[in-house]
Design a protein around this ligand. Structure first.
Ligand code: P5A
Length: 445
């Protein structure tokens, strides 16, 4: 993409209403614009990152054996009356009446709709286990929408629902989700810690939230420092292997890690003092096992292997896809702007032409842009007639992990400059070598 043709309305000044770095930087980098309180338009660069995160979530869900689908944003109130949540959900639910006077709502979550789909089509344990999920906009009329996409009213969520014949099988689904979520966040370059939490309006006793540590997080968290050393890395995961998934669940849930809702001071104090940590965190996902709460209320049954009709066991699992962008930026930025992890960066490399209009530098940049595109590096070429300082400031603000700077002085010696956004380190080398190096970096992602 050439910057001269890209819609990237960056802001020089800090927007007055943005209190935290991610909100400020998303507005300044031209990623989002507020449409109404807690509701945002996603401008091209914000939309590009959102799609990247969505793709990673899809890939990891499909890898775990789950079925992608798409349910609507608007739902009929009748199903929610069946579960009893139409009244329970309170003011957070946006209620709408259609022209025929029928009660509708903008879905805050989909347990009822998916249970209805399930009960219409599945009657036998032979069709289980089954996990269905979608990635769709949700609406919760939050009292205090704030921090941009972090606590929006409209937000993008991956929500999945497992259906199992009994509790042991449903607990495997719970463990499988925990493992697939760990993989998902690690791929995004994030450390998200599963913590025992409270289930709120979704229900059930078993629930873990995934938290990214950040001073600006809304949750208060308590954990054993040792949990920070755990990584899935490139372990081979077999999602059908109950023991392997249970083992990983145990590994991550043995060290103390709880949100303030379930914090137990006495248990926490059993950890050696130097490992006792308390800080703030951003909740980027949550998994639930709620057994037969919805299947009992909505009469979703299957015939088991003993030929008995039993209510299906369920859980649900959510990832805050739009919130994740805020969390990634909170975890990775500096005074000059965003620092994207390579896995989710909107463009692989920025090309800065220091002397736009000069035949030699223009020619070298064009050639570099074409080669980088051919290599799949998805470059963003700053071909504007701007001062070098302004170009560097824009690149730092939008935070691409790598920059190649092309100027007349370097070209005389046959070199360009390759700069890493995070370390700030620069190296001079031929354009070919710079591209080779980047191709290697991105090949591993
Ligand atoms: C699990 C999926 C549920 O709704 N039902 C279906 C269950 N869980 S949850 O914890 O309430 O939400 C899942 C994730 O969505 C994100 N999230 C939000 N993101 C932005 N703005 C909001 N107002 C908001 N509310 C929830 C969180 O990441 C949460 O973990």
């Amino acid at each position: 993409m050439r910057l001269s043709k890209y819609f990237l309305p960056t802001l020089k000044e800090n927007p007055a209403d943005a209190q935290i770095a991610s909100h400020r930087l998303m507005l300044r980098a031209g990623m989002i614009r507020q449409a109404a309180s807690g509701i945002y338009s996603w401008l091209p660069m914000g939309f590009k990152v959102l799609r990247k995160l969505e793709n990673i979530v899809h890939e990891e869900q499909i890898r775990a054996g789950h079925n992608p689908m798409l349910m609507p944003t608007l739902q009929s109130a009748d199903l929610w009356r069946e579960s009893g949540r139409y009244d329970d959900y309170g003011k957070e639910m946006l209620r709408i009446t259609d022209r025929h006077g029928r009660d509708m709502l903008y879905g805050p979550t989909n347990e009822e709709l998916i249970t209805d789909i399930f009960r219409d089509s599945v009657q036998s344990h032979k069709d289980l286990p089954l996990t269905l999920y979608h990635i769709q906009w949700k609406f919760r009329d939050e009292v205090r929408p704030r921090f941009g996409v972090m606590r929006g009213r409209e937000f993008f969520m991956k929500d999945g629902y497992n259906f199992d014949v009994d509790k042991p099988s449903a607990m495997h689904a719970y463990n499988r989700h925990l493992v697939s979520y760990l993989r998902t966040y690690e791929r995004m370059g994030l450390k998200a810690i599963p913590m025992r939490a409270d289930s709120g309006p979704i229900g059930g006793d078993d629930t873990h939230e995934f938290l990214v540590l950040a001073d600006t997080g809304e949750s208060e968290v308590f954990y054993d420092k040792n949990i920070l050393d755990l990584h899935l890395g490139d372990r081979k995961i077999d999602y059908d292997d109950w023991d392997q998934c249970a083992g990983i669940m145990k590994e991550w849930t043995t060290p103390y890690a709880r949100t303030d809702e379930t914090h137990d001071e006495a248990k926490f104090n059993e950890i050696p003092e130097e490992r006792r940590m308390s800080s703030r965190g951003i909740e980027v996902g949550q998994i639930f096992y709620f057994g037969t709460k919805y299947s009992d209320a909505m009469n979703a049954k299957v015939v088991n292997s003993d030929n008995k009709e039993v209510p299906v066991h369920m859980g649900s699992h959510g990832i805050g896809v739009s919130r994740l962008i805020g969390a990634i930026i909170e975890a990775s930025h500096d005074d000059n702007g965003i620092i994207w992890p390579e896995a989710v960066t909107p463009f692989g490399v920025g090309i800065v032409n220091l002397k736009q209009g000069d035949d030699d530098t223009d020619g070298a940049c064009e050639a570099l842009y074409k080669s980088a595109t051919a290599l799949g590096l998805d470059p963003l070429y700053d071909d504007r007639k701007e001062r070098a300082g302004a170009k560097f400031a824009s690149m730092d603000l939008i935070g691409l992990p790598w920059r190649i700077t092309v100027g007349p002085r370097g070209l005389k010696n046959g070199v360009v400059e390759l700069t890493n956004r995070k370390s700030g380190e620069s190296e001079e080398m031929t354009a070919e070598l710079a591209l080779e190096k980047l191709a290697k970096v991105y090949a591993g992602i």
